[in-house]
Design a protein. Structure first.
Lengths: 372, 791
């Protein structure tokens, strides 16, 4: 039996038509069975090959196989199309209102004071300074006497010191007279200088940030505030090194190249010579912005460590000398980030904390710029 | 310290203008806090003459004046002053002038129907004094049309300088002039000390019985003085300096003090009885001081007294009783030297400040007593007349010479600025140092510079006058390569817990280190209580971070905040030391109303536990070994709190719901949960270097089995989990608790706990027999706790 080409083409057209018309997957399955099932039309056609002569098979075989392949492909294509359509239909029923609000979790923050302390540590570590700490409950000797502020010194009155009822006997004893052991809240971070020098691990390149206390409370003063002390004790250190260190630090901290410092002679009992440092600023939209030399504001106190202070710590002032400076951290934060109310720093108002705080991942780095 | 430009120029011969003077003052360390010229606001006012004065047609008390203000035309002014009259010379302000004393700007106005084109001013209207009875009357020769400020000598800028405590010498105009002269701004005019020969012996005995507190007491008497108001020029200067003029003799003492830094006191001789003696006060002795207050004295204090009692708290404040008045005829002038340390102690004890104290406690010039007394005597005679006695010079001020050895290279070594030797010597010489340029230099310190006693001080003198702006910025030596790490393990730990807390949604707060004693009490009280707190709320050093955080939480709740998650990293102040701690408080709602979760969810104790464990993990604590001990401190809910510990003695954290009683004390509507992590209790991280142990993932798939046990209701779940875990340490990799249930079907007093056990085969898979054996061991371990396997 010789099936002619025409007949096979008709058959192919018929099957492709039926497959294409299958409305859903069950219908398509019915067509598959009808075409390719054991009793299917195409299967039957294939079976005729066995009864053919080799010559017939040579001409008929490829044609019948081609038919089967075409039908198989058509079935697969139709199946994919029906499945896609089915998925589309299902998805169409699954629509959600994507404008509904979601909960992104609570927004945690780092306090500006901590952030600035981390910035300071980062900048100064690049200059080779480590970070040192000391007790906040201090004795009189470390806070005053060792720093060349004896009992009757007028500078003491300027410190508005908080003293403890517990008085002279409790707590770690300092060196020296009985009055030196009176316990107080440190009025500056300078006693950490003393403790550091007393360790006699030289040279010293350190900053000392921390809480400090003075009995003072008004719009611009709080009884607790934060200071950072800087101390270098080495051979051959001069006031010029202090100037450079402060310029370098403030340029990096404020991330401005137009920071200009002005050193003025001043007086601190623990430094000689002593210098008050002003920084130039200008006004932008009613707010102070550091940079330039239009106006000046006092920023920090500094000087060459007094030889008596060095000697008080058991070091030889003829061999070792260096500089120290002290600066308000809260003030640095306010100038850099634009807060204007110091009291708000310590209120714990979550609105303020979220407004001025920093993300946990805003870790200050030198490569990213210390200002997160 | 305030003074005027003209006053300064009496001590400094200079052509410099006020701007240059101000700049130089600040540059040499005498910081100018302000400059104000009273003439600035008097610029619009001129000398004018009243040409005619006629009654106002509509008002009895007003006059219509015609005024010549030098403009070439007569100006009509309506004036209410009773002394306004033709021929009077006064001060005129034209329309547009701002009248400071009335705070108004003049304009052309009709007063009761008559036009007025300006104003004749009173003393008060120009803020020159209180007088307001009439308009200012100037001398007949006052030049019409001239600036009033110029004419009256008011064009004299007032300079306000902040004097650092080391510079007593600059607490007088002369000392300030000396610094300016040293800085090249002119020549210091030497003090002209008059030589006043007494015409009679001093009629009162003057002596010091307290050579320690008052080493020298000089004095003399002036008889037949006529006290009264001091002249205008003196009153003007004192006012500019912020002093209230009192009387010629008192003003004289203040003027000498402000000019030379030399405090003085004047007594009314008639009110003294017997000798005038510097001595220690007796305990309990009292004196009514010039400020109207009575001071109770003790034997550490030096006073000036006579037979009747104390007349002066030596060097600090005089007494009311013996002060001079307008009726005084004979006076004693005191010029003494008081020991600075004594003055400071007495002043601190009495909480009494005065201009004299601030000078004496900084140390006045001990070599200026004769001069001070002579200047005072001369000025008293000039102002009040009379006849001076011979002086009495009792005691001896500490006049010992002070020599500092100095190498001129020190300036470059310490200040970093190389100043030529000649220039150094010149600067020092101008400041009054006597330099002997040997090897090394020997420098005699002037008697008025008590603050200078070493080479570093000399460097400062040279550098400040030479100019700190000339100090070159010098880079520190810098180690080559990348900066080395500097943070200590403690610092790194604090940083990581702080940032972990923030990453978990907590807001970092900084609260006061001091709290009230009442707030400290539930936390075991404070070991450190301030003797002089700023308020009762800031008196006790906190034994815990929670009171400060709770107070902050309360303020936030009062503002309507809902989810409050606050933490702080800071110190607790206990008896022996200060402990770094992380405290956290969760208050209000964990999650608000939301379409996905429905109702508001409050925080519970497990939230606090989660934070505590997460933070301990960040701190590097071995959290898998942590035990939960019951009974956190009494501030917590007894049944809903715990301690996280490594062994019974090593508590790393406490957490839980806060006790309702505590919340009531803090005025907070609960519930609030909290935790404290004791950072210094966290064991240091072990291991060294960066290398981790080798990673070897198990080759075989783990097997999971679930077990449900029925246990006594009060059995802590952790005990069951630990027991299961310990049943076969080799095979059991993890035990996870996934269900707790009590209720119907379980039995009274019982609960069901379901755990998922992860079994990890090592070299080969478990056989059925092995799995069965492990299960039996697990069930047996649980049975020891009274647990039965749930069917």
């Amino acid at each position: 039996m010789a099936s002619d080409t025409h007949q096979l083409d008709t058959l192919r057209g018929e099957w492709l038509g039926r497959i294409g018309a299958a409305a859903d997957l069950p219908a398509l399955e019915t067509e598959r069975v009808a075409a390719l099932g054991k009793q299917g039309a195409v299967t039957q056609l294939l079976k005729t090959l066995g009864a053919m002569t080799p010559e017939q098979r040579q001409t008929e075989g490829p044609r019948i196989h081609a038919l089967r392949e075409a039908v198989t492909e058509a079935l697969a294509a139709r199946k994919a199309a029906l499945e896609a359509a089915e998925l589309d239909r299902r998805l169409a029923t699954e629509t959600l209102d994507m404008t509904l609000p979601v909960d992104t979790g609570a927004q945690g923050t780092i306090h500006p004071v901590s952030q600035v302390m981390d910035e300071l540590a980062e900048i100064f570590s690049d200059l080779g300074f480590s970070v040192a700490t000391g007790p906040e409950i201090e004795d009189d000797w470390h806070n005053f006497t060792a720093l060349n502020i004896p009992e009757s010194h007028p500078a003491r009155a300027m410190h508005d010191t908080f003293y403890f009822e517990q008085g002279e006997t409790a707590g770690p004893a300092g060196a020296g007279a009985e009055g030196d052991r009176r316990m107080l809240l440190r009025t500056h971070t300078s006693p950490v200088q003393i403790r550091l020098m007393q360790r006699q691990e030289l040279p010293i390149y350190a900053i000392m940030p921390g809480r400090t206390y003075r009995s003072d409370s008004d719009a611009t003063h709080t009884p607790m505030f934060h200071q950072v002390e800087g101390l270098v004790i080495d051979r051959g250190i001069t006031l010029g090194h202090l100037k450079w260190t402060l310029e370098t630090f403030l340029t990096a901290f404020f991330e401005r190249d137009d920071i200009v410092l002005r050193m003025r002679p001043s007086y601190f009992p623990f430094t000689e010579p002593s210098a008050e440092v002003d920084v130039g600023y200008h006004m932008e939209k009613g707010r102070r912005v550091l940079g330039g030399t239009e106006k000046w504001m006092e920023l920090l106190g500094s000087g060459m460590v007094h030889p008596k202070v060095i000697a008080n710590c058991g070091l030889d002032p003829d061999e070792w000398q260096g500089f120290a400076f002290g600066c308000g951290i809260d003030r640095l934060a306010m100038l850099k980030y634009g807060m204007d109310d110091l009291r708000a720093f310590f209120d714990g108002d979550i609105r303020w904390l979220r407004h001025y705080g920093f993300s946990a991942l805003d870790v200050p780095t030198l490569s990213g710029g210390v200002g997160a | 310290m305030k003074f005027t430009l003209s006053w300064l120029k009496e001590h400094l011969d200079t052509d410099a203008g006020v701007e240059q003077i101000v700049e130089t003052l600040t540059a040499v360390g005498l910081e100018v806090e302000g400059v104000e010229n009273p003439a600035d606001r008097l610029r619009p006012f001129v000398v004018a003459e009243v040409l005619t004065a006629a009654p106002h047609p509509q008002a009895d008390k007003l006059q219509v004046l015609s005024v010549d203000a030098g403009t070439g035309e007569a100006i009509q002014v309506v004036c209410g002053a009773p002394n306004a009259r033709a021929g009077l010379k006064g001060v005129f302000g034209a329309p547009g002038a701002y009248v400071p004393g009335s705070d108004l700007t003049l304009k052309v106005a009709a007063i009761r129907g008559v036009e007025s084109r300006g104003m004749m001013c009173s003393i008060r209207e120009l803020e020159l004094g209180d007088a307001h009875e009439g308009i200012i009357e100037l001398a007949a020769d006052a030049p019409v049309g001239a600036s009033f400020a110029d004419y009256a000598g008011l064009d004299d800028p007032v300079i306000d300088v902040a004097i650092t405590p080391n510079r007593q010498d600059a607490m007088g105009v002369h000392g300030i002039a000396r610094d300016l002269a040293a800085a090249g701004l002119g020549t210091l005019r030497p003090v002209q000390v008059p030589d006043i020969v007494g015409t009679f012996p001093c009629p009162i005995e003057i002596r010091t019985d307290d050579p320690e507190g008052c080493p020298a007491f000089y004095g003399r008497v002036i008889k037949r003085v006529r006290n009264g108001p001091s002249p205008d020029w003196l009153q003007q200067r004192l006012k500019a300096a912020g002093q209230r003029p009192i009387s010629a003799l008192v003003d004289m003492t203040n003027y000498i003090m402000l000019s030379y830094g030399r405090p003085l006191h004047v007594y009314d001789l008639a009110k003294l009885k017997g000798a005038l003696v510097a001595r220690r006060a007796c305990d309990g002795e009292e004196m009514l001081a010039l400020n109207g207050k009575t001071y109770r004295l003790d034997e550490t204090m030096t006073v000036i007294a006579d037979d009747r009692g104390v007349h002066d708290i030596g060097g600090i404040m005089g007494g009311e009783h013996s002060g001079v008045t307008d009726a005084t005829t004979d006076i004693v002038i005191e010029c003494a030297y008081f020991d600075p340390a004594h003055i400071a102690r007495t002043g601190q004890k009495l909480a009494l400040t005065s201009d004299a104290r601030s000078r004496f406690e900084r140390g006045v010039d001990p070599c200026f007593l004769d001069e001070g007394l002579a200047l005072a005597t001369a000025m008293a005679l000039e102002l009040a007349g009379g006849e001076a006695s011979e002086p009495i010079l009792a005691g001896e001020p500490p006049r010992a010479e002070r020599i500092v050895t100095y190498r001129p290279e020190r300036c470059a070594e310490l200040a970093g600025v190389d100043v030529e030797e000649d220039r150094q010597a010149e600067i020092l010489g101008r400041l009054g140092f006597v330099v002997s340029r040997g090897q090394p230099w020997e420098i005699r310190v002037p008697s008025w510079r008590r603050d200078v006693d070493g080479a570093a001080d000399i460097v400062e003198e040279v550098a400040r006058i030479h100019g700190f702006d000339k100090v070159p910025s010098t880079p520190l030596r810098r180690a080559p390569g990348v900066a080395r790490p500097t943070a200590t393990p403690e610092q790194k730990l604090e940083r990581s817990v702080r940032r972990t807390a923030a990453s978990r949604g907590l807001n970092e707060a900084v609260t006061w280190s001091f709290i009230s004693e009442a707030e400290a009490e539930p936390f075991g009280g404070s070991a450190w209580v301030l003797a002089n707190p700023i308020s009762e709320d800031m008196k006790a050093m906190r034994p815990s971070l929670l009171p400060g955080l709770l107070a902050a939480a309360r303020r936030n709740l009062a503002r309507g905040a809902e989810g409050i998650r606050l933490f702080e990293v800071g110190r607790r102040y206990l008896g022996a030391s200060e402990h770094p701690t992380l405290g956290l408080v969760l208050a209000g709602t964990r999650s608000g109303r939301h379409w996905r979760t429905g109702k508001v969810q409050p925080f519970d104790a497990f939230d606090a536990k989660a934070e505590a464990i997460a933070l301990l993990a960040a701190a590097g604590a071995p959290v898998e070994n942590l035990q939960v001990l019951g009974d956190a401190a009494g501030i917590y809910h007894p049944g809903r709190s715990g301690r996280l510990a490594l062994g019974p003695k090593n508590v790393l954290a406490e957490f839980g719901a806060l006790h309702p009683r505590l919340l009531r004390a803090f005025d907070i509507e609960g519930p609030v949960v909290a935790a404290e992590v004791y950072l210094d209790a966290v064991p240091p991280r072990r291991g060294s270097g960066h290398r981790r142990s080798a990673y070897a993932p198990p080759a075989l798939q783990a097997v999971k089995r679930d077990f449900a046990f029925v246990v006594a209701e009060d059995l802590p779940a952790d005990r069951l989990v630990r027991a299961v875990r310990g049943a076969d340490k080799a095979a059991i990799a993890a035990v996870g608790l996934f269900d707790v249930f009590a209720g119907p079907g379980i039995g009274e007093g019982l609960k069901s706990i379901a755990v998922e056990v992860t079994l990890q085969p090592a070299e080969r898979s478990f056989t059925e027999e092995e799995l069965k054996a492990i299960s039996e061991r697990i069930i047996a371990a649980a049975r020891k706790l009274g647990a039965t396997l749930r069917a």
